[in-house]
Design a protein around this ligand. Structure first.
Ligand code: PHB
Length: 370
């Protein structure tokens, strides 16, 4: 792996600047879908405020995916970033995190074809770059369901989807977020455009790697005008098969994309290494090549342990490391990692939907001492 030279003494617990976002440490809370927004409005509520407040010890929290429009929603009860009620709900979240001294970025999400007609406006088909159904499931009010076959986006619809990302970024800015992360991973809309198994377009958004990267780069450019590039990042998962994401040459595709992202001057790339939640070595891929080509911060993710994370920052393979499931179960994860204290075990049954159980009731170390 290519190692970038680091200032002496950088550790997982030392402060840093992710673009223009000054963070107290290099431990990032990964975006985590929890399906606990207010039913009906998909606005964040007091329970969501408490959940994020508890986790404000992270150097940077990246919120769960927030759909940029109802059409961009793929799962029931995920929070949105397109209405005034959602703005007000998010404002309470960012205020609480800031009051604890934390930083928080909103993840902007359009699921594209990974949706179900029951979640779509007018029960219409979801949209994608091409009319190819993904081999994956979503969950709707009645439980897990096969995703619906998408309708191909017309060329003249693409600017309006980019406009939805811009409008969502404006709401996120008004809600007090420190930045935004675009969800470019896991087979959702941006990733669907990137990959040749889901993008069969013959216009300027399909075909060559340059064309398939166009949508991602146009969204990045448009959102950067709202927040400034120093507060924008993107999450990518180059080899993850999540949601039927496949490509014939991920190394070339993501090499090109990241080179262009670097030229665009954004703050960070957040890289899911390997197969999501499964296997870090799922397919061979040279992440060091992305690290080398990108001028901004490299946030590494997927199945990191305390030891792997400490090593990755100290040897320069990453600037920061994002943890998902460990943050679900450990509100004070940074403190636990710092002290090498025991970790609570995440309970899978309460990941998606439900109430405070398995959400805001995981104990902090200080609770045990009390
Ligand atoms: C999920 O709901 O399990 C989920 C959502 C978004 C992701 C990954 C997983 O990027």
């Amino acid at each position: 792996m290519t190692i970038r030279s680091q200032e002496a003494g950088e550790t997982l617990f030392s402060p840093f600047k992710i673009g223009e976002i000054a963070v107290a440490n290099r431990v990032v809370m990964a975006p985590l879908t929890r399906n606990r927004a207010t039913r009906g409005s998909d606005a964040p509520n007091a329970l969501n405020v408490e959940y994020y407040r508890q986790r404000a010890g992270a150097g940077l929290i990246i919120t769960e995916g927030t759909q940029v429009s109802q059409q961009g929603q793929g799962y029931v009860w995920t929070p949105g970033m397109y209405s005034q009620a959602q703005l007000a709900g998010w404002k309470a979240v960012t205020d609480a995190v800031h009051a604890e001294g934390g930083k928080i970025a909103a993840q902007l999400w359009h699921v594209g074809r990974v949706s179900h007609v029951s979640l779509q406006p007018g029960n219409a088909a979801p949209v994608g770059p091409s009319p190819i159904q993904a081999k994956t499931k979503t969950y709707i009010e009645s439980g897990f369901a096969e995703v619906s076959t998408p309708r191909e986006l017309a060329l003249d619809e693409i600017p309006s989807i980019i406009g939805e990302f811009v409008a969502a970024a404006e709401i996120a800015k008004a809600a007090g977020f420190d930045g935004v992360e675009l969800h470019g991973a896991h087979g959702y809309l941006i990733d669907q455009f990137l990959r040749d198994a889901s993008n069969k377009r013959t216009d300027r958004y399909g075909g060559s790697i340059e064309n398939r990267a166009r949508f991602a780069l146009e969204v990045v450019e448009a959102v950067s005008k709202v927040f400034g590039g120093g507060r924008v990042g993107i999450r990518i998962s180059p080899v993850s098969p999540a949601n039927d994401a496949r490509d014939s040459d991920p190394q070339a595709l993501f090499g090109h994309l990241v080179e262009k992202l670097s030229e665009a001057g954004i703050a960070f790339i957040h890289v899911v290494e390997g197969a999501t939640r499964d296997d870090r070595n799922y397919l061979p891929f040279d992440y060091g090549a992305l690290r080398t080509v990108f001028k901004g911060a490299y946030i590494a993710n997927n199945l990191y342990t305390r030891e792997l994370a400490i090593e990755a920052v100290e040897n320069g393979a990453a600037d920061a490391v994002a943890f998902g499931r460990l943050f679900i179960a450990n509100p004070d994860l940074v403190e636990r990692l710092r002290r090498d204290a025991p970790l609570n075990t995440p309970v899978v049954e309460t990941f998606y939907g439900g109430d405070a159980r398995g959400y805001t009731d995981y104990p902090a170390l200080s609770d045990k001492a009390a």
